[in-house]
Design a protein around this ligand. Structure first.
Ligand SMILES: NC(=O)c1ccc[n+]([C@@H]2O[C@H](COP(=O)([O-])OP(=O)(O)OC[C@H]3O[C@@H](n4cnc5c(N)ncnc54)[C@H](O)[C@@H]3O)[C@@H](O)[C@H]2O)c1
Length: 322
């Protein structure tokens, strides 16, 4: 069968598809017109971050599955796929560890500002270390994890390793599950005031857009560090900018933006208390290899080897009746 790769993936993924006898087309021009032309006869699509408009789906009469190289799927219209009985796959087991490590990197760098110590040492100012700005421990600090799914849980494990107090807000996960992992379940009203660190791990949808906003920043401690590796728009960026500028927050770490790539004159670029990465939390080499294999297996197994398919990776399995 013919598989379209929309965006490039690690070679290991190509090997999976070739070994299952599929032909592959890699598409790099992701404009809707080009996608319609190049994907017209594919049975499956591996999708990185490009938008997949419904008009492209309509132009692919053989299409049976779109699988995301990743876990977020806000670049496809799930309701439309359901209507057309097309499966939506994700790489559910591949990327929690890399994203969780990215969060810990943000937490550590934003509290310790290690680059300032490096700079001072290189400049021969070793004895002036007492003049460095104060830096802090994670130990016994309160961390609030918003969303206790695959990534939220991976972050919780690592925070517990640092002996932090881990609070979780996720109304869809039972208190029992949260407590069994050594964490504390908390309401959103109570949580923001006590957090020294916040890490966002929610999906982006109408319920979660602007979840953290100007009102939240009034409640959050001035010393709080907030990190978003989930999706831009869950934290309102303009409100975040004002909170950082007015020192209503210690610092923020962002891997995701309301607009990607963010505009070159984005106001956040002018602030020194924010650390920015280009939506690459899951792009460690190990994770890219795992995602490429998992997404290609999902597409291939869905099309012709269903007994090997990890059904948990098919988001709309219920709607498809599988
Ligand atoms: N930066 C990156 O490269 C990167 C990589 C992977 C995933 N992500 C993003 O990370 C986020 C989390 O991914 P995941 O794999 O952990 O997802 P997941 O589906 O396993 O977990 C999401 C959790 O959020 C909870 N949730 C949903 N709505 C909620 C609400 N209104 N309030 C509180 N909790 C709510 C759900 O119950 C679930 O437990 C997603 O937004 C995903 O797109 C980003």
């Amino acid at each position: 069968m013919k598989i379209g790769l929309v965006g490039s993936i690690h070679e290991l993924g190509w090997e999976v598809l070739r070994s299952q006898g599929h032909s592959i087309i890699e598409v790099t021009d992701v404009s809707a017109n080009n996608l319609k032309k190049e994907l017209a006869d594919v049975s499956g699509i591996v999708l990185r971050t490009a938008q997949m408009p419904n008009e492209v789906i309509d132009a692919c009469p053989n299409l049976q599955i779109i699988a995301r190289h990743g876990v977020g799927y806000d670049n496809v219209d799930l309701n439309y796929l359901n209507k057309k009985k097309i499966a939506l796959g994700v790489t559910g087991t591949a990327n929690a560890v890399s994203v969780a490590e990215h969060v810990m990197t943000f937490f550590l760098q934003l509290t310790k500002n290690i680059h300032l110590s490096d700079e001072l040492t290189r400049k021969g100012m070793f004895q002036e270390k007492g003049n460095l700005p104060a830096f802090f421990e994670l130990y016994q600090k309160n961390v609030l994890i918003l969303g206790f799914g695959r990534i939220g849980q991976a972050v919780a494990k690592r925070c517990l390793g640092f002996e932090m107090n881990v609070y979780v807000y996720d109304p869809y996960v039972s208190k029992d599950t949260i407590e069994k992992m050594g964490c504390l379940s908390i309401s959103i009203e109570d949580s923001l005031k006590l957090a020294d660190f916040v890490s966002v791990h929610l999906p982006l949808n109408e319920e979660t857009r602007n979840f953290i906003n100007a009102k939240s920043f009034q409640e959050i401690k001035d010393s709080c560090v907030i990190v978003n590796t989930a999706r831009g728009g869950i934290i309102n960026e303009q409100d975040l900018y004002h909170a950082l500028k007015d020192k209503k927050l210690r610092a923020a770490g962002l891997d995701v933006y309301e607009q990607e790539p963010p505009p070159s004159d984005h106001p956040l670029f002018d602030l020194s208390n924010v650390l920015l990465t280009p939506h690459n939390a899951a792009l460690t080499l190990e994770c890219r290899m795992r995602m490429a294999v998992e997404v290609c297996e999902t597409v291939s197994f869905y099309l012709k080897n269903k007994e090997k398919l990890n059904l948990q990776n098919i988001i709309n399995r219920k709607e498809l009746g599988i």
